[in-house]
Design a protein around this ligand. Structure first.
Ligand code: BJW
Ligand code: ZN
Length: 239
């Protein structure tokens, strides 16, 4: 299959679901997690992205998130984000499921964004039910809730359940689409990675866009290798 044929599939689809990962924000200067220049080369996930790590050393965890918030705050959406925002305006039904916590899809103008791993701009109380948005950079570390307890980043760490409503919406989108695009994710983290299989089992054509082959490349209908910012405008762009 060629890029032109994949493009024809996208243009004909009446319902599209998309799963994005860190790779789509790489060209905006935000590091990915895995791979040679990934965040996990410098930091151990278990030291930073688990509830245990937060209990052990909330300061270290917050310093890392505060550093990432300042990096993300400076970042602008790239051609990949913009192409998906533009596609949303032309397709009858589109759901953009993202594992990213950076908010760049919304910044690019996408409206139907489903954040399955939370948002780096959200804070949540470690004791009570409160959650809120705080975009200040830097944050006073460690931030606290009105109840006096420590706040934690409003993201999903390893071993934690994904937020219920976004997850149900993501599954529904995967089951109901004609075309499922998987962009810039290593597809190594579950349950999000399993959405591609859910979509395929329900009859969707799965198209992957990634710099490299991934764990799901062999099961997809078509795999496009290259930069998301280069391929997406060609694959989904209007005109
Ligand atoms: C480009 C590019 C360019 C680069 N253009 N492409 C089954 C088996 C084994 C374990 C599990 C399992 N099911 C669940 C688990 C456990 C675990 C898990 O999946 N572990 C795996 C590592 C094996 N999952 C969980 O714990 C999840 N919760 C859960 O399962 O709950 C159920 C439960 C709970 C309690 C008890 C019992 C059951 C939660 C997972 C949460 C993940 N959280 C993180 C951190 C979020 C907050 C933060 O940002 O700090 O989410 S980890 C990190 O990985 C982040 C990402 O969203 C996620 C995915 O990463 P992503 O986006 O794919 O990035 P990379 O870096 O991996 O890949 C980038 C890709 O882009 C690469 O492929 C590049 O080639 C490509 N690329 N530049 C195009 N320009
Ligand atoms: Zn509280």
């Amino acid at each position: 299959m060629s890029l032109e044929q994949a493009r024809a599939l996208v243009q004909r689809a009446s319902s599209i679901a998309i799963l994005t990962g860190a790779g789509i924000s790489a060209e905006s200067g935000i590091p990915t997690f895995r791979g040679a220049a990934g965040l996990w080369k410098q930091f151990r996930p278990e030291d930073l992205a688990t509830p245990q790590a937060f209990r052990r050393d909330p300061n270290v965890v917050w310093e890392w998130y505060d550093w990432r918030r300042s990096q993300i705050d400076q970042a602008a959406p790239n051609a990949g984000h913009l192409a998906l925002a533009d596609l949303e305006r032309r397709v009858p039904s589109l759901a953009l499921v993202t594992q990213n916590v950076d908010g760049l899809h919304q910044k690019a103008g996408s409206r139907s964004v489903i954040e399955v791993h939370g948002s780096i701009w959200a804070l949540r109380c470690s004791q009570c039910e409160r959650s809120w948005v705080d975009r200040s950079v830097p944050l006073p570390l460690v931030p606290h809730c009105a109840c006096g307890a420590m706040a934690r980043p409003g993201v999903v760490w390893f071993g934690e359940q994904l937020p219920r409503e976004p997850w149900l919406a993501a599954e529904k989108a995967a089951v109901g689409c004609d075309v499922f695009l998987v962009v810039g994710t290593s597809a190594a983290v579950y349950p999000a990675a399993g959405l591609a299989d859910t979509a395929r089992s329900a009859g969707a054509k799965v198209i992957e866009v990634n710099l490299d082959k991934t764990g799901i490349s062999d099961m997809v209908y078509f795999s496009l290798i290259g930069l998301a910012g280069d391929i997406l405008p060609k694959l989904v762009g209007g005109g």
